[in-house]
Design a protein around this ligand. Structure first.
Ligand SMILES: [Fe+2]
Ligand SMILES: [Fe+2]
Length: 288
């Protein structure tokens, strides 16, 4: 069985698939070259060294993000490192990214179940069809359930976007019983779709990264466009709900300097911003 980085002990033989976080050619005391790799899996990082045949090793690695490496664990300056004896490329299709990056503490299937449960609470049939147009599309739903909610800061692990979306929507559900005059279905839908733009803002390659679209537009604008596009596919979708929901997506960051073109203009929009803020702040404090 393959061992995880956190469990490796000095003297262990290792064979496994790792992410290459960094590679660097260094020099030994006698002036000859060696290769130093920072390898990672979902439990952490470890240095790997290749003492001989550096050119061959560099050729094998090329521009790959993932590599199969085997070797022995030893100790250098009080830290574990892998002395690599062989490297080989792997077909990226064989790589299960879920083994290589940190995950949400809650099980993936459980998170998907909770998400669908919240989605099913929306009664308004227009909003129901909108949620179907967005979340029944596997090209949206799959990355939505896998991606982190942020590159750093909060929920920066696999399924983090799903985890954060559930938290925000659950908080809105609670708030709707405290404020019964507010539109509960609008609140729930706003919670479920508010960060949908992150599906196109982030990608997972060598780590959690911004896409070009993410860098140039950001998820507030991407999310607004995605919701608007989904609405245009539904014939007769009421203008009033369209305007309100799009405003909620656009204003969920609360302030211009936090990336929203407008501040929340009605109570449902304000609550979405407040609950979004609460969910991210609580996790940011947790990680400090
Ligand atoms: Fe956001
Ligand atoms: Fe959010």
């Amino acid at each position: 069985m393959e061992k995880l980085i956190q469990d490796l002990k000095i003297g262990d033989r290792v064979e496994g698939i790792f992410i290459i976080h960094q590679k660097k050619v260094n020099f030994k005391k006698d002036g000859s070259k060696f290769l130093r790799l920072e390898l990672g899996d979902r439990t952490g990082q470890i240095t790997g060294v290749v003492w001989d045949d550096i050119d061959l090793a560099l050729e094998i690695i090329g521009d790959e993000y993932f590599i199969k490496a085997s070797g022995m664990v030893d100790e250098y300056n009080g830290r574990r490192q892998i002395v690599i004896s062989s490297l080989s490329r792997i077909d990226p299709k064989e790589v299960n990214i879920q083994d290589l990056f940190p995950k949400s503490p809650t099980d993936w299937e459980e998170l998907k179940r909770r998400f669908q449960e919240l989605r099913a609470m929306v009664d308004n049939h227009w909003l129901k069809s909108l949620l179907a147009a967005i979340f029944d599309d596997p090209e949206i739903y799959e990355p939505f359930t896998i991606l982190p909610a942020a590159i750093s800061k909060h929920h920066n692990y696999l399924y983090g976007l799903l985890d954060h979306t559930i938290e925000v929507t659950q908080l809105l559900l609670q708030a709707s019983s405290v404020f019964p005059n507010l539109d509960r279905d609008l609140l729930l839908t706003g919670g479920l779709v508010h960060d949908i733009g992150k599906v196109a803002e982030y990608r997972i390659e060598r780590g959690f990264e911004f896409t070009e679209l993410g860098n140039l537009f950001g998820h507030v604008v991407i999310g607004h466009n995605m919701v608007r596009d989904a609405i245009t596919k539904i014939e007769g979708f009421p203008t009033q709900i369209t305007t309100k929901l799009l405003h909620m997506v656009l204003s969920h960051h609360g302030r211009e300097e936090w990336g929203s073109p407008r501040k929340p203009a009605f109570p449902e929009a304000y609550l979405l911003h407040a609950m979004d803020n609460l969910s991210s702040k609580i996790h940011a404090i947790d990680e400090d």
